[in-house]
Write a protein that binds this ligand. Structure first.
Ligand code: HEC
Ligand code: HEC
Length: 344
């Protein structure tokens, strides 16, 4: 009975420490942000309208319809607009450019578009091609941060008032910046029909190569024009000084991001950076849910390769303690029996 009581006290105290303090530490270090919206609702919301998930879904379906009916042959001609800045290695014949020339002109190497329709969410890409500034920055910034959800505010009450104030200011500053075209990607397709045709062509190119991009190819395409991943020998090919002028800061190396920021943070940051860093120049990349999971799995493999070993060690550790507990219990039982024998 006494043993049971001791066990109960131990369980209650350990439980309290774990459930009471751990999550508290989490919410203080990582304030709550709402989950990623893979429909990118606000991009599909007309200017001035209130974001509406169903209306956005309908708009996305309409765009997918346009792409399905797109004329790939005309799309190939539309690619002329993109040719000066983007390669298309998987096309026949492959379209290549000199990376040095690209770095000189733009400060970075714009991504190869062979896999674009597989890596990025297609309706996002369609919108991005027509207005990169809006898709990558403006829509996310104004809509997400103007209305920090009540739950988000509750998770950081002290900051909430400050957030309201700085949000308003930062939106004005940032809007001025993006109104002057923050994104360097300035290849526009003005009409929906041409954009849909171009998407149809990009789909065709992605299909000729067959298969899907590997985890590393995904990161090379979606992140490595700005970030290096030194642990996996990915060196950003950009002109760092120019990158800094463009983005205001040098994008950090991603090798150990998984350890410093954690999986939950990365899962919301990658597609919705404005939610975490208000006014950041890191663009919304527009990855599909699948691509995003792969990018994070990749960062986990590179930054924390011993994770599986650690988990296995944990199992051995618990096993060891269970074994020792059993031996201790048997020994104690034995001792008591001897004492009882002595008493009698
Ligand atoms: C003047 C050069 C230029 C032209 C022309 C251009 N782009 Fe870009 N593009 C860029 C640069 C620079 C970036 C990287 C910008 C950034 O991430 O801030 C980029 C980024 C992209 C991305 C990555 C988007 C993302 O979410 O990460 C896609 C996709 C893309 N461009 C498609 C196109 C297509 C399709 C065309 C033709 C209609 C085109 N671009 C024309 C320079 C250009
Ligand atoms: C156009 C350039 C660009 C691209 C493309 C880009 N990033 Fe970034 N990223 C930045 C910049 C700039 C910062 C620094 C942001 C800041 O401090 O405001 C940053 C910061 C980050 C951070 C640190 C966040 C923090 O809280 O400090 C992570 C993690 C990150 N990026 C991940 C990614 C991943 C993953 C991808 C690819 C899916 C990616 N980025 C693509 C420019 C980029």
């Amino acid at each position: 009975m006494k043993n049971l009581k001791i066990l109960l006290v131990l369980v209650v105290f350990t439980g309290f420490t774990y459930w009471g303090i751990e999550p508290l530490a989490h919410s203080v270090f990582n304030p709550y942000v709402s989950p990623v919206d893979y429909d990118f609702t606000e991009i599909f919301t007309p200017d001035g309208a209130k974001p509406d998930k169903n209306a956005a879904k309908a708009e996305r379906a309409r765009i997918m319809g346009l792409i399905a009916g797109g004329d790939a042959a005309d799309g190939e001609a539309q690619f002329n607009v993109c040719m000066g800045c983007h390669t298309l290695q998987a096309a026949t014949p492959p379209h290549t450019l000199d990376p040095k020339m690209l770095v000189e002109s733009y400060g970075l190497v714009p991504p190869d578009l062979s896999y674009a329709t597989l890596i990025y969410d297609e309706p996002f890409l369609f919108k991005y091609i027509m207005n990169p500034n809006h898709a990558a920055y403006k829509a996310a910034h104004t809509e997400l941060q103007k209305e920090l959800s009540e739950k988000e505010k509750k998770s950081r009450p002290k900051e909430a008032a400050k957030i309201d104030e700085t949000t308003a200011k930062s939106i004005i500053d940032f809007d001025e910046k993006i109104d002057m075209q923050l994104s360097l990607m300035i290849g526009f397709i003005a009409d929906e029909e041409s954009a849909a045709n171009l998407m149809a062509y990009l789909r065709e190119v992605a299909a000729t190569k067959g298969g899907k991009p590997t985890y590393k190819e995904l990161v090379l395409n979606a992140c490595a024009r700005c970030h290096s991943v030194k642990y996996d020998k990915i060196d950003v090919k950009a002109d760092v000084a120019k990158l800094k002028t463009y983005l205001g800061s040098v994008p950090p190396d991603l090798s150990v991001m998984i350890k410093s920021k954690g999986k939950d943070y990365l899962s919301t940051f990658v597609n919705e950076p404005q939610k975490h860093l208000l006014g950041t120049t890191m663009p919304r990349v527009g990855l599909t849910e699948e691509s995003q999971e792969k990018v994070i799995a990749y960062l986990e493999r590179v930054g924390d390769p011993k994770k599986d070993d650690r988990a296995l060690l944990g199992v051995f550790f618990v096993g060891y303690f269970l074994l020792m507990a059993a031996i201790a219990y048997a020994w104690k039982h034995n001792e008591f029996e001897e004492m009882e024998d002595d008493d009698s």
